[in-house]
Write a protein that binds this ligand. Structure first.
Ligand code: SF4
Length: 363
């Protein structure tokens, strides 16, 4: 068996807000391009691919679907887990267009560089079954999955792309992630403007700057003494961990980088995940108080408590799509600030008809 092509996707780059999945390209070997003739008469195709990065330490023959303990323990072959003896993925996607040997598709949640081993047309007369039976957990999974996608679609329709994180480069983003702790963004902007004016938005510049002077510059965003110390620790860590080379730092595996970030004084889970998502462009969902409030009001509170449970709720039910996660988080913040406030303005909410907590006369 040999690959016939490769998946080409850019995290955050090709995602179209509001679409149900990431837009990616399947680049077929040029020598096989003629074998695609006629495929563009089909609206949907089946992509068979090799999940080359699915490399578990050991193989479990019984698993909880999607890693969720509330789902029953079932045999590996009763799931779509990528960790299987032959990590073959099969997905039906929408064919947007064919350009010679390139297929532009929507809904292919495969990593950039994934080898593709076959392409088939989707034929509803033969490939769909009207009376197929599935276990109850499948229904629960797709119910949540559909609702999360519907919420995203409505937020995009209502507010449009948010273009987060507003920063000039990844280091400025990291600084902003610390400064925004318990602070309004307009005040963070003033502090960042002070640092920019002093040409201090560089790790080495922050290392050299006396802490008291740094505290004075970031005073507008509050807790300035504590935050000055946090920035000094961050700059110190960057020098030691990667010689201030952020590209090298962000090449590290997501779980290891998260552990490293959490070891830095002043970096908690929300800050670490913001840095992973917006600076390192890793598909990690950021949880904050706004997100919890909205999810709780929508009647979707996870069964377990805490940050990790809310994060898993999103990450287990949505494709690992960095661009979508960036927009989704930014849109939830916008909704919480403008409408789903402590005292919610449900009459102006685009989620009103699907929210069990809506108050007042909603229309
Ligand atoms: S309907 Fe009201 S409570 Fe529900 S998400 Fe919207 S603003 Fe929040």
């Amino acid at each position: 068996m040999k690959a016939i092509g490769v998946v080409r996707s850019r995290p955050g780059g090709l995602v179209q807000p509001g679409q149900s999945g990431a837009v990616a390209e399947v680049v077929i070997d040029r020598s096989l391009a003629v074998a695609l003739d006629g495929l563009d008469d089909f609206s949907h195709i089946i992509v068979v691919y090799w999940m080359h990065q699915a490399a578990p330490d050991g193989l479990s023959l019984k698993v909880h679907p999607h890693g969720r303990r509330e789902y029953p323990l079932v045999g590996l072959f009763a799931t779509r887990s990528p960790y299987r003896p032959n990590p073959v993925g099969v997905v039906m996607v929408r064919l947007i267009e064919r350009r010679k040997n390139i297929l532009v598709v929507e809904g292919l949640d495969a990593l950039n560089g994934t080898p593709v081993i076959d392409i088939k047309p989707y034929i509803p007369q033969g490939d769909s079954v009207a009376d197929a039976a599935v276990p109850p957990w499948i229904g629960e999974y797709y119910r949540v999955n559909r609702k999360l996608r519907e919420i995203y679609r409505r937020l995009v329709d209502c507010y449009g792309p948010q273009h987060w994180w507003p920063a000039d480069g990844p280091f400025e983003m990291m600084v902003g992630a610390i400064l925004t702790q318990s602070a309004a963004w307009r005040n963070v902007e003033k502090a960042i403007a002070n640092l920019r004016a002093g040409r201090l938005l560089l790790p080495q510049a922050l290392r050299r700057l006396p802490t008291a002077e740094l505290a004075g510059l970031i005073r507008p965003c509050g807790y300035y003494n504590a935050k000055a110390l946090k920035l000094k620790y961050l700059a110190q860590w960057l020098g030691e961990a990667c010689g201030d080379d952020l590209e090298k730092l962000f090449a590290v595996d997501t779980a290891a980088l998260r552990r490293e970030l959490l070891s830095v004084h002043g970096v908690g889970e929300e800050t670490a995940d913001s840095i992973l998502l917006y600076a390192a462009k890793k598909p990690v969902f950021v949880i904050d108080a706004y997100t919890r409030r909205i999810i709780d009001r929508l009647g979707m509170t996870p069964r377990a408590k805490g940050y990790a449970a809310y994060q898993s709720f999103f990450m287990d039910n949505l494709p690992a799509d960095c661009g979508m996660f960036q927009e989704y988080h930014a849109l939830l913040v916008r909704l919480a600030k403008e409408v789903c406030r402590r005292r919610p303005l449900c009459r102006s909410c685009c989620l009103g008809d699907i929210c069990p907590s809506r108050t007042g006369c909603w229309a």
